[in-house]
Write a protein that binds this ligand. Sequence first.
Ligand SMILES: [Zn+2]
Length: 195
Amino acid sequence: MGKWISKSLEASDSPDYVNHIAIEDIARLAEGTVDNDESEQLLHHINCCQRCYEILHHTLKDASFAASVQPAADPWWKTKVAYALAASFLLIFIVSGQLAYKFWSHAPKVISATLNLDQNLKDILLENEALRFGKGARLNRLLAVLQQKGLPVKNLTLAVLSKPYYQKKSLFGPGEVLHIRIENDVAYLEVEEQK
Ligand SMILES: [Zn+2]
């Protein structure tokens, strides 16, 4: 494009050369970055002027060639714009995450505790054989028992048992404890025999 333009500028011997549209303005017109009033003015000149019309025509041809080649070489997600967007989303995520953390900071993020496996807890474990249980009566009972025992847990969405729990046959066998770890409202439970 550059070569073509300088050649046509040299070839131009029109007396009203100074009234032609500046190359930069033609480029901006081709990019669509001029406002309505300005583009009306420029287009009016281009309608009457063969030289400027041809420059615009070649600029548009070059621009559409560039536009048709570049995206194929670079997928959209590799472009700077996509990176900038991703970065701003990440920033929003970090900022809102920090706010949420600040808001909930009176409650620890991960709670872990070892509890004596009393009858209340055993009843919940023995209720059925499901190793994972979500929202429902069983999970509500677990939450209530944990809160009763002083754990700073506000909400549970899921409980996961490491293995099925079976009632000990002997009342005088080794004691049992429940290891519990609560993270992101999910309680991970594991029963361990006390040796
Ligand atoms: Zn002109």
